[in-house]
Design a protein around this ligand. Sequence first.
Ligand code: ZN
Ligand code: ZN
Length: 253
Amino acid sequence: MAASPFALRVTFLGTGDAFASGGRSHACVLLETGGECLLVECGAAAPVALRRHGVSPSTIATVLLTHLHGDHAGGVPFLLLDAVYNEPRTAGLTVAGPRGTRERVLALADLLYPGLAEKARQVVDLRFIELEPCSRLAIGSCTVTTAAAVHGSGATGFALRLEMAGRTLAFSGDTAWTHELVNASHDADLFVCECTGYDNAPPGHLSHRELVAHRPELTARRVLLTHLGSDVLAQRDRLTFEVADDGLVIELP
Ligand SMILES: [Zn+2]
Ligand SMILES: [Zn+2]
């Protein structure tokens, strides 16, 4: 069998904020390695982005959620809907997120499609993992380390450090500046960092100005901005970090 041309492929399916500013889809990043597909975030618009990129929801083995806001987690019920009514799954689905993930996801599924949660339990090998702050555990082929984010969302929010296929990826989730981001992204191959504002960000979010100020502390080999608000997009030519756009693909050897 021919060797895979990459160890880990990272596809940015959604790089927008909660308001889908600039027409960007809600947060969702697809990680593929050795035939395994994992999503980091699955915002409300993620099912559209998956189909647009030719990815069947039934191929997703794991969804990792940094927190439970709709622009990060609102698409999960549609993965269940797809498995029940459209493309049956041959493999299970693991959803990992903060404490309360099971209740919030199943309640949302039932609000949108009454009875969906029970139907999904009957036909999908559905597993929930509730992550704790400062924990480290293996989920599939990925080792996940959590760091506490500063972001009110009705449940603890995390930044995530993922070790997978010999590579290290860090995701800020949504958060105000915290030194936890420095630790979570230390020497990572990629650090995918939210940047909701340009000079100023709403509470619980990061601005470009803050990231510039903290840049000397960041040791990741590549920092990509995501979760871009309208004023950041308006200043795009002045951004001093790389920007992740919807559809960006990075193949790590
Ligand atoms: Zn968000
Ligand atoms: Zn949020």
